[in-house]
Design a protein around this ligand. Structure first.
Ligand code: 7TS
Length: 426
């Protein structure tokens, strides 16, 4: 087991003994959590893997930006433009610190994790992959880390190899070792599964990839919000995530990449800001990160994400991870003792705070609909991981996903709601 995984295990042990977060004070920061739904039923929000709720600090920061110093960035020398640019670049610096990037210029603002992964495929992939080259994906990927590579593979005639998922929800490492013998050029892998909660041993995977000359492209959309991320310690080459899943606004995401790679990559989108000089028939690209930020960026959103990162840092990513371990452990216990429920993913140990499950004889959409009458918000469907559902012979699952603001009482509400489902569908 690699040191990072060991540290996560250790946290699980601590979390089992003590709840580390002051839930009441954290919840009071999230206005949405205090609302009622369905004729006065309190909201029990268990859908943070789809998007998280937003704390007051983020809402106020975004409002203040638009109210007090709204201007475009990098373009004006007037006061407002300077203030907007300072705030936007300040957010970049704080996000770089949050993931321990080597430099702020390695942080590129995109629209979301999906756009970040498409950037890697379309820029790095198109420039560096040739007919017959192999790329390794996994059976547990979100469509965002499958489809961009499939599109590129069709265009460039690449071979896609897949690391299978075992019955226990872990990746089959021996199959990965075999695939490495084919000398792939890239390993594109999620850090944490948004369906199974599996935490992949990334440092070990990236090291093995590097040993055969492959780059590691990490989908961090389900990890950056929930556990401490150190991109340098992980040994990844690219790391993508979305702001809206980590207390930030929608419409902003991040691609982190190693500077020496980003510098050699061609621009992905063309237009304003991504150029140093434009002629009528040619252009010179800008330096990183601006080379990859064509057009007016998501300024208010990025500033909001900076505030989200400050908020998460103040609470403490270790404490958030411990809290979620404590919650998921309890949720798994309660779900597994429920008659007819099957939960997918690792049974214990290192596991993220998502529980995808089925209830015998009831369609997941019906589960979600009846839970909603109790104010309990869960997602039902394939969660943008159709191949993973195929792997378990499922069309859909219901998924409860947790975050720093959830409580064990809310897990109990979920279970009470499930008894209502069972009564209705017998
Ligand atoms: N990768 C993972 C692991 C994700 O969980 C998601 C979003 C994405 C990529 C894509 O993020 P986006 O912001 O670009 O859309 N996951 C989910 C989910 O599980 N339910 O809704 C969105």
């Amino acid at each position: 087991m690699e040191p990072a995984q060991k540290a996560l295990m250790l946290n699980t042990g601590i979390a089992a003994q003590a709840m580390t977060l002051d839930s009441a004070s954290i919840r009071s920061e999230f206005p949405t959590l205090n609302r009622e739904v369905r004729d006065g039923v309190p909201l029990v929000y268990l859908d943070s893997a789809a998007t998280s709720q937003k704390p007051r600090q983020v809402l106020e920061k975004v409002e203040r930006f638009y109210r007090d110093c709204n201007a475009n960035v990098h373009r004006g020398i007037h006061t407002l433009a300077e203030e907007a640019t300072t705030q936007y670049e300040g957010a970049r610096e704080r996000i770089a610190d949050f993931i321990n990037a080597g430099a702020a210029r390695e942080v590129i603002f995109t629209g979301n994790a999906t756009q970040a992964l498409n950037l890697v495929a379309q820029s790095w992939g198109r420039a560096n992959l040739y007919k017959g080259d192999r790329i390794v994906l996994t059976e547990m990927e979100h469509h965002s880390n499958l489809v961009p590579w499939q599109m590129l593979a069709t265009e460039k005639d690449l071979r896609i190899d897949i690391i299978p998922v075992r019955d226990d929800g872990e990746l089959d490492q021996s199959e990965f070792d075999k695939l490495l013998r084919n000398k792939p050029k890239a390993v594109c892998i999620t850090h944490v599964s948004n369906v199974l909660g599996t935490v992949n041993p990334l440092a070990r995977i990236a090291e093995k990839a590097r040993s055969v000359g492959a780059l590691t492209v990490v989908d961090g959309a389900q990890s950056a919000p929930h556990l401490p991320v150190d991109v340098q310690a992980l040994g990844a080459d690219f790391f993508a995530f979305s702001g809206h899943k980590m207390c930030g606004p929608t419409g902003v995401g991040v691609l982190w990449g190693r500077a020496e790679l980003l510098q050699l990559m061609p621009p992905f989108l063309g237009g304003g800001d991504m150029i140093k000089r434009v002629y009528l028939r040619d252009f010179e690209p800008n330096e990183i990160p601006y080379k990859f930020e064509a057009g007016t960026p998501p300024i208010g959103e990025a500033i909001g994400l900076g505030a989200a990162v400050d908020f998460l840092t103040d609470v403490g990513m270790d404490a958030i991870w411990q809290h979620e371990q404590w919650l998921i452990k309890y949720a798994l216990e309660r779900l597994e003792e429920f008659p007819g429920v099957t939960v997918y993913g690792p049974a214990g140990g290192v596991r993220g705070g998502v529980a995808a499950f089925t209830l015998e004889g009831v369609h997941p959409h019906d589960i979600a609909q009846v839970l909603d009458t109790s104010g309990v918000a869960v997602r039902a469907g394939h969660h943008c991981a159709m191949p993973l559902h195929d792997r378990f012979n499922l069309v859909a699952t219901a998924r409860a996903s947790f975050y720093l603001y959830n409580t064990r009482d809310e897990v109990d509400e979920l279970i009470r709601g499930l008894y209502k489902v069972k009564d209705l569908f017998g």
